[in-house]
Ligand binder design. Structure first.
Ligand SMILES: Cc1cc2nc3c(=O)[nH]c(=O)nc-3n(C[C@H](O)[C@H](O)[C@H](O)COP(=O)(O)OP(=O)(O)OC[C@H]3O[C@@H](n4cnc5c(N)ncnc54)[C@H](O)[C@@H]3O)c2cc1C
Ligand code: SF4
Length: 328
């Protein structure tokens, strides 16, 4: 770990005044400190944001507002979240471990770095860590890597489970910097790797996530997050699906579907959503709806199973959701 300066401001303006290109905000530290120890990240200044007033989980007619410093475990356990947006609670509870969820924040979760092993190993080439050095994963161990949204420069998956559920729900992320505030749809917040995989979001240097708003979506009470992984716990997704269905009179009126573990960003699947709308929630409907879910996929040597896994994961999520809640 390299030397850095540390400060712990008590207000957002004070934190923003200290932030710049060489600064990292420290929330729970469960990603940042690891990467600093590994020499993958070496910020000159660390601004500890733990004392900032960025907490609170509130609901109103516009939706659910969550402060950036709310802990993963508190959000997962919150009654409104559990009842109105179960896929958010499930995505959080299937993430990391109890201890990590007690420490880790919502803002930090959305900005956690990829779990590509080469990114964390400074002895290997990695365009995300060191632009222009190459990508060891292209010809290396790429079983867990992405098949959608990849480029010749990077095939790393986006790791956050929470982000998949939030993208399905059309969540907006609120940002603040010394220049002012802005709000960005989470789907547009994440960028594709292209030729600049070191740029993962539209966040500008020194810009802070202050919170998120999940739009009001009454039928999201019928939603589910399914995570497929090598171990039953403490493991990242090989594939995951966040699904929500509005059912009326035995017909699907609307659907929300997003996938994780397969894309270089959380992957909203409007093609599946459109194929579900207006159909009855049957096995045939679900199978037909996922037919094009993996269109455009570029599998590599070790992850050629992922297109089929993606389709099956979505079908299982939809089947479980309709069985659990009844297809009324
Ligand atoms: C062993 C292990 C297993 C895990 N398993 C999973 C899993 O299965 N699923 C999953 O989704 N996650 C998993 N995680 C990741 C974990 O959820 C993240 O480490 C955590 O959510 C990060 O939150 P934090 O508050 O600790 O962020 P920090 O480590 O403090 O920060 C992370 C990054 O975000 C930046 N940052 C933090 N907050 C803000 C803000 N408000 N505004 C601007 N920048 C900010 C920091 O500068 C840093 O770059 C795992 C982590 C570990 C260590
Ligand atoms: S996949 Fe991306 S993160 Fe992994 S080695 Fe290649 S460039 Fe680096």
């Amino acid at each position: 770990m390299r030397a850095y300066t540390y400060s712990r401001p008590g207000s957002v303006p004070e934190a923003l005044a200290r932030a710049g290109a060489e600064t990292a905000f420290l929330a729970g530290g469960t990603t940042l400190v690891d990467l600093m120890k590994l020499d993958v990240l070496a910020p000159a200044h660390v601004v500890d944001i733990d004392r900032l007033p960025l907490r609170g989980i509130t609901g109103d007619h516009r939706g659910l507002h969550i402060g950036a410093l709310e802990r993963m475990s508190d959000v997962a356990a919150h009654r409104t979240v559990r009842e109105s947006y179960p896929m958010i609670s499930q995505a959080l509870e299937l993430s990391a471990s109890g201890q990590l969820r007690n420490m880790a924040s919502i803002g930090g979760n959305l900005l956690q770095r990829t779990r590509c092993g080469y990114y964390r190993d400074v002895s290997t080439p990695c365009n995300k860590r060191e632009p222009g050095s190459g990508c060891a994963a292209l010809t290396g161990v790429n079983r867990g890597h992405a098949i959608l949204g990849t480029s010749d420069a990077c095939i790393a998956t986006s790791p956050s489970d929470l982000a998949v559920a939030l993208v399905a729900l059309g969540t907006v992320v609120h940002l603040a910097s010394a220049r002012g505030t802005r709000s960005v749809p989470l789907d547009a917040f994440y960028t594709l790797p292209g030729s600049t995989p070191q740029v993962e979001t539209v966040l500008q240097p020194g810009e802070l996530i202050t919170g998120i708003t999940v739009p009001s979506l009454p039928w999201a009470s019928r939603s589910l997050y399914l995570k497929i992984r090598d171990r039953q716990s403490y493991e990242f997704a090989l594939a995951s699906a966040a699904v929500a269905l509005e059912l009326r009179g035995g017909t699907i009126r609307q659907a929300r579907v997003a996938a994780g573990g397969v894309g270089t960003k959380p992957w909203r699947l409007t093609v599946v959503e459109q194929a579900l709308a207006g159909r009855r929630p049957t096995a045939e409907t679900f199978e037909a709806a996922v037919a094009h879910a993996a269109d455009g996929a570029v599998p590599r040597e070790h992850n050629s199973f992922k297109p089929a896994l993606l389709r099956r994961t979505i079908v299982r999520a939809l089947t479980t959701l309709t069985e659990n809640k009844g297809a009324r």
